[in-house]
Write a new protein. Structure first.
Length: 152
């Protein structure tokens, strides 16, 4: 199992965006989002976030020693990733409560939508941090010699 993090890190954002689009479409149509659809997408958000988070730890364990400033940035990326992971669990809990609550359903719906908005924001933030680590700092990038193709 080599580097899974690059492949998995985009999945939470894709599912979070899908959920936001579905919720927005239901809102503008003035209808309730179908419960099974919401459940499937929220479950996908949770599973993808857990997978991306764990693969990030797996990837960082293979990096070895890093300069102090890069290590600090990587630690901050991990910390924001933990916020994303906790937020995914909260999103799932509030989505479930918003559908099963007999009382205060409007409150749980507001908490669910707030958690969704927070997930969108934190997901963008963690992606920007991860992109900076790779594209500006070269974390996890290896340089290999490329053989020139023979000229015709």
């Amino acid at each position: 199992m080599n580097q899974l993090h690059p492949a998995l890190s985009g999945l939470p954002g894709a599912f979070i965006a899908l959920l936001a689009v579905v919720e927005g479409a239901c809102f503008f149509r003035g209808t309730q989002c179908p419960r099974p659809l919401r459940s499937v997408i929220v479950s996908a958000v949770l599973a993808a976030t857990v997978a991306a988070f764990l693969s990030g730890y797996q990837a960082s364990s293979a990096l070895g020693d890093l300069p102090a400033d890069v290590s600090s940035e990587l630690g901050f990326h991990h910390a924001v990733g933990r916020f994303l992971l906790i937020g995914a669990f909260l999103l799932a809990v509030f989505a479930w409560l918003a559908t099963v609550a007999r009382r205060r359903q409007a409150l749980f719906r507001l908490l669910y939508l707030s958690a969704l908005a927070a997930q969108v924001s934190v997901n963008i933030w963690v992606g920007l941090l991860g992109g900076r680590l790779v594209f500006e700092r070269g974390v996890g990038v290896s340089v290999q010699a490329v053989r020139a193709l023979p000229q015709p």
